[in-house]
Design a protein around this ligand. Structure first.
Ligand SMILES: [Zn+2]
Length: 164
């Protein structure tokens, strides 16, 4: 994805109040992010671990979603598939993240949830080298397909938050 500035990120949220956005802390290492290899920018708030954020371009504009992480990390969640990258090899924990819906629906208390890698490592997961096999002789094509799948499912999640 294209590099975003801190003000652009703060402006992008569709389901957060002004004070929630004002309290947001950017991820550690924000200045050195490898944007070229990110399909979305996702992070846990370094000062408020119960909060997560996911920002990605949607129809050419950055769109950010404020997420609530579970109170406690349930052990044994490793066997659950992340709804975004659907990586079957990852050893990372997967959390059910909940997003308030955008607009009036969210103010009325409606939310949507999705399973996401706890530390938002989906972009790295889908870029893991896969060995060539007789069924998939071209690993690069497999990776491209996985990246496309991650982007598509991320878009779909944002549409659910937007109530489309
Ligand atoms: Zn994932």
């Amino acid at each position: 994805m294209e590099q975003l500035t801190a003000p652009a990120i703060r402006k992008s949220f569709i389901n957060a109040t002004r004070s929630e956005v004002a309290a947001l802390n950017l991820p550690a290492g924000f200045a050195e992010l490898d944007w070229d290899n990110l399909d979305y920018l996702g992070w846990r708030d370094p000062k408020m671990p119960q909060r997560g954020y996911l920002v990605t371009p949607l129809e050419g504009k950055p769109v950010g979603v404020l997420l609530r992480a579970p109170e406690t990390s349930a052990p044994g969640n490793r066997r659950v598939l992340c709804g975004l990258c659907q990586d079957v090899h990852s050893e990372e924990d997967v959390y059910l993240y909940v997003a308030r819906r955008a607009g009036q629906s969210g103010r009325d208390g409606n939310s949507v949830g999705t399973l996401i890698c706890a530390d938002f490592v989906c972009s790295a997961n889908v870029r893991q080298q896969v060995p060539a096999t007789p069924i998939h002789p071209d690993p690069e094509a497999v990776t491209a397909e996985r990246i496309a799948g991650l982007r598509e499912r991320t878009d779909r999640f944002l549409h659910r938050v937007l109530g489309r």
